[in-house]
Design a protein around this ligand. Structure first.
Ligand code: BG6
Length: 489
């Protein structure tokens, strides 16, 4: 089964940082896939921009090499690649000076009526500068959109400054703040599961749910991004955005419609309902870790970033609570880290115990129901149930999953998040993008946590690379009589 492909309107997508890592690794491969599926109209152009002196031909050659590296072999069709490359152009522009802007304006003039999207795949310090230049050069038409990505600030004050600078040129309706987790299939499936089925919603509250676990585990280390990561750490790099967005989708009320503002209005209520964690609470509900050297020659974080004194966390586990009627008293345990044993992201919704067992002790233990949403890899949904062990013997109970793997069920290639998100920008659909107030509300919750650490003398707890983080993270949840569900191996 494959989904319907509906072509989008003609557009010009201008990628600042067009010769950078994100463009080559993610954006151009994503566009190639949409081209291959016939979703891009003939006129659509992709215009790479950077300070580099590159011709169209150079850019096409570099993109071809990038597709060879980042698109699976059986999805690379030489004839299709050729037609895709013809869409590409390159304009050298100095984002911080005057060189090149007139050339860009000239090229864009030939598509003046089209949808125009500026993707700022550059350092966040340049978001405001480039927006200003786009305004000054009159490149912002009514059909123009701008796409920016995290980190949007380092704290609430700096996030506001970025939002102000971009907002001085673009209207909020034109600003698309990407959190690529929202483009992942299973993350969107969470909304389908919750709001297209009558089954779960009546149970989706503190009366029936004991707790929720959200884990985003990565096996990689900092992979050459040490310069950025060492000033960020897991709290800012992953929790402030990806994990909090997942939490919002699990916890939000049903929006009245699936339009952008209805969904975002509900998400922000969750963010504002989060119980603050400050200096007094942090030690009991947060564990920070940093990987040291591990088995198989895995280097320590401090070696990877070449900063022996670094106290940046590469792991964090925390217990969050939402202060509202639906969720009062239900902990949300969040956990993310680098150099964990596997790459696996899951949301586990743990239901409450049955109130009374009618079975004899010999029938076996009765486990609580669990709904597991596997975000990656092996996207799917599992619902853990108690059943009778088949056979003529006495009543024996067994805990088994109703297991749906999306790959098995649909046989489809899981599209990359960027394929969905870039085309949503062209379609003008902001549902999966963060509104200004969401980003700022998330920082407003994160700032006191980060401040508490800065004031405390605590250093992150060491864990060997390739393990599930410091033992204190296990203690964090076990103190509450619960345990992490690590069926991810
Ligand atoms: C990015 C973080 O936003 O997400 C990275 O900056 C992290 O540190 C990445 O590795 C994880 O994304 P994914 O899609 O590989 O789970």
């Amino acid at each position: 089964m494959s989904s319907r492909i509906i072509a989008v309107e003609p557009f010009d997508l201008v990628v600042f940082g067009g010769a950078g890592d994100l463009a080559y690794r993610k954006l151009l491969p994503a566009l190639y896939h949409r081209h291959r599926d016939g979703q891009l109209p003939t006129e659509a152009r992709v215009i790479g921009v950077s300070r580099r002196a590159m011709s169209d031909a150079d850019y096409r050659a570099a993109t071809k090499a990038a597709l060879d590296e980042h698109v699976a072999e059986d999805e690379r069709d030489p004839a299709v690649i050729d037609t895709f490359l013809k869409r590409l152009h390159f304009v050298p522009v100095d984002a911080q000076a005057e060189a090149g802007w007139d050339d860009l304006a000239t090229l864009l003039k030939s598509g003046a009526d089209r949808i125009r999207a500026f993707y700022l795949a550059v350092a966040p310090e340049l978001f405001g500068v480039i927006s200003g230049k786009l305004g000054a050069h009159k490149l912002v038409t009514p059909k123009t959109r701008v796409i920016i990505e995290k980190p949007i600030g380092h704290d609430l004050a700096s996030a506001k400054a970025v939002n102000d600078a971009v907002g001085a040129v673009f209207d909020e309706r034109q600003i698309y703040r990407i959190d690529h987790y929202l483009g992942k299939e299973t993350v969107q499936n969470l909304m389908a599961l919750r709001f297209a089925n009558a089954l779960f919603e009546p149970l989706w509250n503190a009366a029936h749910i004991d707790h929720v676990q959200i884990t985003v585990a990565e096996s990689i280390g900092v992979e050459g991004r040490g310069g950025y990561y060492d000033t960020s750490g897991a709290l800012r790099d992953m929790v402030q955005n990806h994990l909090m967005q997942l939490l919002c989708l699990v916890a939000m009320e049903a929006p009245s419609h699936m339009d952008a503002d209805s969904v975002r209005d509900e998400k922000i209520k969750v963010l504002r309902g989060l119980k603050p964690i400050g200096e007094a609470e942090a030690p009991a509900v947060i564990v920070r870790g940093q990987y040291r050297a591990g088995a198989g020659g895995l280097a320590a974080y401090t070696q990877e970033v070449d900063n022996p004194q670094s106290t940046t966390e590469t792991f964090i586990a925390l217990k969050a609570e939402i202060e509202n009627w639906r969720w009062a008293g239900v902990p949300f345990y969040l956990r993310t880290g680098k150099r964990l044993p596997v790459r696996a992201s899951e949301i586990v919704v743990n239901f409450r115990k049955i109130p009374h067992s009618i079975f004899e002790v010999g029938a076996g233990a009765i486990e609580e129901n669990r709904l597991v949403l596997r975000i990656q890899p092996d996207e799917g949904v599992k619902l853990w149930l108690m059943i009778k062990d088949p056979g003529p013997g006495g009543m024996r109970l067994r805990y088994v999953p109703l297991d749906m793997s999306f790959a098995d069920a649909f046989g489809a290639r899981a599209p990359d998040a960027y394929e969905r998100l870039i085309l949503d920008v062209i379609r003008g659909n902001q549902t999966l993008f963060m509104r200004r107030d969401e980003v700022e509300a998330a920082w407003a919750w994160i700032d006191p946590i980060a401040d508490a650490w800065e004031r405390s003398r605590d250093t992150p707890k060491a864990y060997p690379a390739g393990t599930w983080g410091p033992s204190a993270a296990v203690a964090l949840i076990e103190r509450d009589g619960r345990h992490w569900q690590d069926e991810m191996g």
